[in-house]
Design a protein around this ligand. Structure first.
Ligand code: HPA
Length: 275
């Protein structure tokens, strides 16, 4: 724990030295969302491998680098790719980036991911703003020693910030996305679900299912960051379509949608800069 904290501090110092920018907003680009980076005026790129303690990612479609820059004049730090629990990483490892961002001085965090649509009204290429989540990953990222000064039992009545969510709604309307609000259910993966599981999750109130985001959101809330999250619905969850699910299809849909994601993020950051 102490060693991890010193790695976080070391990596944060590296970021501070890398550029004069002091972004308040961080954006994590998930599967297939990488092209959205094209909209950012990048001042400095740092490979995750250069940051002490930062876990690498082995997943196709995840770049593994951090960019400091501006979007519509507002400073942002953009993480291209994330480490996943299903890669065998620990909860501490997959939330390292969020702890680093908080140490670096970020106040607000926008998480993006690709997810399977559980809600029968959702179509591939739609987007969903997370209104809440169900953590079925089987572990909390806060399990274990609690750092001094932080609460042991974190209230999760409102993980996703309404003000940031409102900015997302406005941005989505402006760029004309097929847009929903809903509940994201997180699983450890790496298998996709069975049709019976998807039927069960729908009954439990889930609208989309995925393998990330929730641990990052919980740690961010623990550290006092405001959080917003968006899923690109890359496929209908198992059993809702006659076709089997493939990672290639997930990536292809998310990549196709990432043209819109770029516009969404740009408009979101523009509104954020004015708020
Ligand atoms: N299930 C779980 N995770 C996912 C899916 C899915 O159908 N699509 C993209 N990520």
């Amino acid at each position: 724990m102490r060693r991890r904290r010193s790695k976080i501090a070391e990596s944060a110092r590296l970021l501070v030295r890398a550029s004069q920018l002091r972004p308040q907003l961080a954006i994590v680009l998930g599967s297939g969302f990488g092209p959205a980076l094209e909209r950012v005026a990048v001042a400095k790129t740092i490979s995750y491998a250069k940051l002490p303690g930062f876990p690498s990612t082995s997943v196709q479609g995840h770049a593994g680098k951090l960019a400091l820059g501006t979007l519509g004049g507002t400073p942002v730090v953009v993480l291209c790719g994330r480490a996943h629990y299903y890669e065998g990483r620990s909860m501490a490892e997959i939330t390292f980036a969020v702890r680093l961002l908080a140490k670096y001085g970020v106040r607000d965090l926008l998480l993006t991911n690709a997810a399977g649509g559980v809600n029968e009204r959702f179509r591939p290429g739609d987007f969903m703003r997370l209104s809440d989540h169900i953590n079925f990953m089987g572990e909390s990222p806060l399990r274990g020693p609690c750092p001094p000064g932080l609460t042991r039992f974190l209230d999760l009545s409102q993980v996703y910030d309404p003000m940031l969510g409102d900015l997302l709604d406005k941005a989505a309307k402006k760029v004309r996305l097929r847009w929903h609000r809903g509940v994201y259910l997180a699983l450890s993966g790496p298998t996709y679900e069975t049709p019976a599981e998807v039927r069960a999750f729908a009954r439990l109130g889930a609208d989309a299912v995925g393998m990330s985001t929730v641990p990052e959101a919980i740690v961010a809330r623990h550290l006092g960051l405001r959080v917003a999250a968006v899923s690109c619905i890359s496929n209908q969850a198992a059993g809702l379509s006659p076709r089997p699910i493939s990672h290639d299809e997930v990536l292809a849909t998310a990549k196709e949608a990432s043209r819109h994601t770029g516009a969404l993020l740009e408009e979101f950051v523009r509104l954020y800069g004015r708020s």
